[in-house]
Design a protein around this ligand. Structure first.
Ligand code: HH2
Length: 391
């Protein structure tokens, strides 16, 4: 007799272990989904809420750890679902049940596709987003694609290397960078967007915090807005995205590129970034943006120290748990230099490794400079996940 640990945290792997032993596949999937363990943080909580939550969680067969103003409930999805459901015998305050129920439902319907203004981008395999910075001063590729011909050639090369989306940006957002004026950003971005959209036929996203730049780029053929301020910098941005039916990347940052480094202060970076992203997502939905259009991004390097970036990659479950596709942008960033000792022009292998780490923790979109390296590394991660029945 042997006792073997199963990958119970990977429902598809557990389902596969059951179905190869003769359990009906549909039943195996249901058993595995209900049996997978999950830890849920409730914060802030007052004393009565904490007391009632702990009592009801334990009665439902869950583990509950409480502290000053918080509780962590651990158990299977099936039991957490039971705790969330209102019942005549439960004394769980209703709003706690509702919030837990929403989290569980959001996790369950994490979309496998992304709706943009012009198409639906499939997300079953990794989606590689090539970075095309039309700037003189971006931290790793500033100046390289600064004229139209060079930018168009760069986009064609990315397409041949397997890019699914091209992200065109006219503003460097490296720490401390100065923002170009709006006319200059428009001059940089719009002709490149028009040319790349027409020439490649790929979905083009525009990396901007300004609604007028987003609007002009969408008119020129872009179909996605990638806003590093999470739609917070420009109050018209939500409306511009909504009116165009554009896809949108809501990225987490605190402050702006001038001030963000001083704001990299967290007690629990994954939980705080998830909570702040959830608020921004809800604001976008309240403004009429479709849920199917929204991708979330933890904003590696934006108001984050090296330890925060690594913790976010490791605890990506807090972000994927919000039930939207997740993008990460580790490409060539400082924390990879800190981990490998490599200078900025030698970080593409490290970037590919970070993409794989994120993929295995549930990210679906990867914003990179070196498309070929990321595509190849992610092909392996995708194959591993497909074998486990994950996609
Ligand atoms: N990172 C940068 C810019 N835009 N967008 C998303 N969604 N996620 C990111 O991580 C992200 C982003 C910064 O990188 P880069 O474009 O290479 O540099 P610069 O801002 O200097 O142009």
């Amino acid at each position: 007799m042997r006792v073997t640990a199963l990958a119970g945290d990977v429902p598809a792997a557990l389902a596969s272990a059951l179905s190869v032993r003769g359990v009906d596949p549909v039943r195996a999937e249901a058993l595995a989904a209900g049996g997978s363990p999950l830890a849920v943080l409730f914060e802030p909580l007052d004393e009565t809420e904490g007391f009632l939550l702990a009592r009801e969680a334990v009665a439902a067969g869950l583990d509950c750890h409480t502290g000053d103003g918080w509780a962590v409930v651990v158990g299977t999805l099936a039991r957490l679902g039971g705790l969330a459901r209102p019942s005549a015998t439960s004394h769980l305050p209703e709003h706690l049940g509702v919030a837990l129920g929403r989290l569980l439902a959001d996790r369950q319907d994490a979309p496998l596709e992304w709706r943009t203004a012009r198409r639906v981008v499939p997300l079953r395999r990794s989606c590689v987003v090539g970075i095309l910075n039309v700037t003189p001063d971006s931290f790793s590729d500033g100046g390289r694609h600064f004229d139209l011909e060079a930018a168009a050639a760069g986009a064609r090369a990315m397409q041949s290397a397997g890019a699914d989306v091209v992200d065109v940006g006219g503003e460097s957002t490296r720490p401390g960078a100065a923002q170009p004026d709006e006319a200059e950003e428009l001059r940089r971005v719009v002709p490149v967007v028009r040319r790349v959209a027409r020439e490649t036929g790929l979905p083009v996203s525009v990396d901007t915090r300004r609604s007028r730049v987003a609007e002009a780029a969408l008119e020129a053929g872009a179909e996605i807005v990638n806003d590093v301020s999470g739609l917070a910098h420009d109050e018209r941005m939500v409306e511009v995205v909504r009116a165009a039916g554009a896809g949108v990347v809501i990225m987490h940052m605190r402050g702006d590129p001038q001030t963000m480094d001083a704001r990299a202060v967290y007690r629990d970076v994954a939980a705080e970034v998830a909570a702040e992203l959830a608020e921004q997502r809800d604001r976008a939905l309240a403004g009429g943006i479709a849920r199917a259009a929204v991708v979330l991004d933890p904003g590696l390097g934006f108001a984050k120290g090296p330890e925060h970036n690594l913790a976010l990659l490791d605890r990506l479950a807090s972000i994927t748990g919000l039930g939207q596709p997740v993008m990460v942008g580790p490409s060539r960033k400082r924390f990879l230099g800190a981990a490998t000792g490599r200078p900025v022009d030698q970080r593409d292998a490290a970037t590919a490794a970070a993409c794989v780490a994120a993929r295995l923790r549930g990210a679906q979109l990867f914003r990179v400079h070196d498309v070929a390296a990321a595509r190849e590394a992610l092909a392996v991660a995708d194959a591993v996940l497909a074998e486990g029945g994950e996609s």
